[in-house]
Design a protein around this ligand. Structure first.
Ligand code: SAH
Ligand code: SF4
Ligand code: F3S
Length: 443
């Protein structure tokens, strides 16, 4: 038997890329590639890349450059670039980096087997089509017998929203929803392999409108409710949502679907209506706040998170203040804030940018407000009993680590037999990004 070829995958960007990386590793697995943990051990290196901000794309190029000594030492080493930088820059990557053998976009990686044949013949391959066929139909089944207790499941891809700063509609293409039947099958299959929690993914996941089991079209709420009927699946999450697609039945599901976890990532980007309009967000700060009130009425203990962009072209101090006001009013359990990064090809990239020092200073002010809120949310957990799904051994001997229903990382002492199980934990302390607790009942 010939020895398996070794594949090293490095993933940048969002959870959809994490999901895609797993699917690509499986596709290449069927071609005789076995995954390894270091680039040094690999016969093939695959970077699954992100184009969302300039820094993300540049990081990919610098990481690629760092492979030079490895490539020099092993001229047969194959290097592939996938994902959103591949889609956005295509040919440019082959030009800028002669070591690269293969550039594959997020919608064509099911064709990797044929592409690899060409690469093995010594060709350099570029495939960044948006094909008619559904890549998911052509992907091999995940055949690994065991995996951790949590999994991602892409239910929707692409985006039709065209926020004026964002590359996603260009790198991922138009919104496409996968049929419910396949998703339920994939979910059941994950559960038989030990998964207890599934996060449904989409660039615009709550815009999901896939073919239902009854020939009608299902929205995300219906899909969540059907998934909730799967025995052995205990937790469902979904991300990322757009405020305008938060429909009544989905809000209601937060109130009456026990398996739907009380954590919601609902980006608003800015608290200023002028900036929201310039961003083409099609909602106002007020409509967002009213929406949050309705969701919290359905699920009062919901922990909210969001994304913010500071220094968007034209943002004044008053606009920025409106963002701080919105954050103060909403109260986030976690939030991510980014300095605006002009992305080639997007409408906002044509506009005059805010002075970099001003933008940096605003980012710091926003981040300290968010950090304070995050800390307050965490401290509010002290003394409470949360349910933790234990995912892996903790850093310290005898410790386990997992996630609460509110997506807080929780550590506590406990037996390894609890890995993959959910158990009640009383929170006794907080660290900057995690909580410490103790098991309330020994199993
Ligand atoms: N589909 C999601 C998230 C897309 S990308 C949504 O609609 O919210 C994740 C986050 O990156 C965005 O929410 C936004 O805050 C940030 N982002 C996107 N483009 C950006 C840009 N050009 N500059 C800075 N941040 C950006
Ligand atoms: Fe980008 Fe806006 Fe679509 Fe989110 S909704 S992916 S920010 S265009
Ligand atoms: Fe990045 Fe593409 Fe995701 S640009 S955030 S990897 S959709």
């Amino acid at each position: 038997m010939t020895e398996a070829k070794k594949l090293y995958v490095k993933t940048f960007g969002c959870q959809m890329n994490v999901y895609d990386s797993e699917r690509m590793a499986e596709t290449l697995g069927a071609q005789g590639y076995e995954q390894v943990d270091t680039a040094e051990a690999a016969d093939m290196i695959l970077f699954n890349t992100c184009h969302i901000r300039e820094k993300a794309a540049e990081k990919m190029y610098s990481d690629l450059g760092r492979l030079k000594p490895l490539h020099d030492a092993k001229p047969d080493l194959k290097i592939a670039v996938a994902g959103c930088v591949a889609q956005a820059e295509g040919e440019e990557i082959l030009r800028r980096q002669p070591m690269v053998d293969l550039v594959v976009g997020p919608q064509t990686y099911h064709r990797l087997p044929t592409m690899m044949q060409a690469v093995d013949r010594g060709e350099r391959v570029l495939d960044t089509d948006f094909p008619e066929e559904d890549k998911f139909v052509h992907l091999p089944q995940d055949r690994r017998p065991m995996r951790g207790p949590t999994a991602f499941l892409t239910v929707q891809e692409g985006c039709d929203k065209f926020c004026s700063f964002c590359v996603v509609p260009y790198t991922r293409g138009a919104e496409v929803s996968r049929p419910a039947e396949r998703l339920l099958r994939e979910a059941r299959d994950l559960v038989t392999r030990g998964v207890r929690e599934i996060t449904l993914l989409g660039q615009n996941v709550n815009a999901y409108h896939g073919a239902g089991l009854d020939r009608g079209e299902w929205g995300l709420a219906r899909l969540v409710r059907e998934m909730a009927r799967i025995d052995g699946l205990d937790r469902i999450r979904y991300t990322t949502s757009h405020p305008n697609d938060m429909e009544d039945d989905l809000i209601a599901a937060h109130g009456d679907c026990e398996k739907l976890m009380p954590y919601l990532h609902l980006p608003v980007q800015s608290g200023s209506d002028t900036i929201l309009k310039a961003m083409n967000r099609k909602h106002t700060a007020e409509s967002y706040i009213r929406l949050i009130e309705r969701i919290r009425a359905a699920r009062p203990d919901l922990v909210l998170s969001g994304d913010f962009i500071v220094g968007f072209p034209g943002e004044t101090e008053a606009d920025f203040q409106a963002t701080l006001d919105l954050v103060a009013e909403v109260g986030y359990g976690a939030a991510y804030s980014f300095k605006y990064s002009a992305r080639p090809g997007t409408p906002a990239a044509e506009r005059a940018i805010v002075d970099a020092d001003v933008a940096d200073e605003r980012l710091q002010r926003l981040q300290s407000l968010i950090t304070a809120q995050q800390r307050a949310t965490q401290e509010g957990m002290i003394g409470r009993v949360v349910n933790v799904l234990f995912e892996k051994p903790g850093r310290k001997e005898g410790q386990l680590s997992g996630k609460s229903e509110y997506l807080h990382a929780v550590h506590c002492d406990g037996p390894e037999a609890l890995l993959g199980q959910i158990a009640p934990v009383e929170i006794i302390a907080t660290q900057s990004n995690s909580l410490t607790g103790r098991l309330t009942a020994q199993p």
